[in-house]
Write a protein that binds this ligand. Structure first.
Ligand code: AP5
Ligand code: MG
Ligand code: ZN
Length: 214
């Protein structure tokens, strides 16, 4: 089962992708997480990506396309995977289709998690991410057992640099310009599914399971 998660920044792509990966035992591939890990480890890719990310801009297509094309060819992707944060532009979607076609494969689902812009800024200011394992929480909607401490690994929680309200607004603008056109792209491909992302996390997941099948 090969799944793409679509949706605005903060719509809940990562939250739902992790649950999908766990239930269906497939890898969760988040390009944002890959870039953040590269930044943390001080790699050349991380250094290139950081400037764009901090400004709320997309990293150039050429830095991300080969990375994902290589990742989905790994062994653990044989039974499928869930892509979170990729593709984000029409050229990325075309490159993905091309890479899959070479392997005689195609995507099965593009799930669009719908949340209006008004809800997003508020949601992001409450998000907290673990510096060690990348788990994400929300101070109101998905709190940890102990304040500021990751439930999964005990690491400390931070507000992501790009989750400041000004940067979130910028990211929303970029989303509408460059990523929203993918909704038509995957509608035309016949694989688009919509879910309401404003309901509770477990209920959103319930809608997704209805689409994917138990
Ligand atoms: P990325 O890390 O992908 O960020 P994003 O798309 O902006 O999305 P987020 O991770 O911010 O949101 P999400 O939808 O995953 O929401 P989450 O589940 O955390 O990318 C970061 C940057 O990297 C980009 O800006 C770009 O620079 C670069 N980049 C990455 N991929 C790229 C690509 N392909 N091309 C070019 N550049 C790329 O949820 C948000 C919060 O809400 C959490 O606190 C969560 O607990 C809470 N929440 C979730 N669901 C609910 C709910 N139903 N009700 C209440 N709260 C909820
Ligand atoms: Mg995310
Ligand atoms: Zn952690």
């Amino acid at each position: 089962m090969k799944i793409i998660m679509l949706g605005a920044p903060g719509a809940g792509k990562g939250t739902q992708a992790k649950k999908i990966a766990e239930k269906y035992a497939i890898p969760h591939i988040s390009t944002g997480d890959i870039f953040r890990a590269n930044i943390k480890n001080g790699t050349e890719l991380g250094q290139k990506a950081k400037g764009y990310m901090d400004q709320g801009l997309l990293v150039p297509d050429e830095l991300v396309v080969d990375l994902v094309a290589d990742r989905v060819k790994q062994d653990d992707c044989k039974n499928g995977y869930v892509l979170d944060g990729f593709p984000r532009t029409i050229p990325q979607a075309e490159a993905l289709d091309h890479a899959l076609a070479e392997m005689g494969e195609k995507m099965d689902y593009a799930i669009n998690v719908e949340v209006p812009d008004e809800n997003i800024v508020n949601r992001m200011s409450g998000r907290r991410a673990c510096v060690d394992c990348g788990a994400t929480y929300h101070i109101v909607y998905a709190p940890t057992k102990e304040d500021g401490v990751c439930d999964k690994c005990g690491g400390s929680l931070i507000l992501r640099d790009d989750d400041k309200p000004e940067t979130v607004k910028k990211r929303l603008g970029v989303y509408h310009d460059q990523t929203q056109p993918l909704i038509d792209y995957y509608t035309n491909a016949g694989i688009l599914k919509e879910v309401d992302g404003t309901i509770e996390i477990e209920d959103v997941f319930g809608e997704i399971v209805k689409i994917l099948g138990a």
